[in-house]
Design a binder for this molecule. Structure first.
Ligand code: SF4
Ligand code: F3S
Length: 106
């Protein structure tokens, strides 16, 4: 399955949503997750994300491993998002920021 990682936090461009053929993205206040029970590993979302937040679960960057469980957990709580929407106004400013894990709102 594919996993949304830290760099999505406060960026939330939602370009990923429009290409997903099985509508498996779920939306929180400042982050999206992928429902691992729905993702079919089609790979289409990965290149669409401006900050490069999406990785295959067996190819997660070092330090991002916890996001596999975060996606699985929050996918059960958050509602589906099936259409792209406007990114936060300050999304570009957050794109290069590291260590955003503590800013994730649930
Ligand atoms: Fe959706 Fe495909 Fe991305 Fe999985 S890999 S979340 S099925 S677009
Ligand atoms: Fe997040 Fe990238 Fe999608 S920033 S909302 S995973 S396009």
């Amino acid at each position: 399955t594919y996993v949304v990682t830290e760099s999505c936090i406060k960026c939330k461009y939602t370009d990923c949503v429009d290409v997903c053929p099985v509508d498996c993205f779920r939306e929180g206040p400042n982050f999206l997750v992928i429902d691992p029970d729905e993702c079919i590993d089609c790979t289409l979302c990965e290149p669409e994300c401006p900050p490069g937040a999406i990785f295959r679960d067996d190819d997660l960057p070092r330090g991002q491993e916890e996001f596999e469980a975060i996606n699985a957990r929050l996918a059960k709580i958050w509602p589906a998002i099936i259409h792209k929407k406007a990114a936060p106004e300050d999304a570009d400013a957050w794109m290069e920021v590291k260590d955003k894990r503590g800013l994730l709102e649930e």
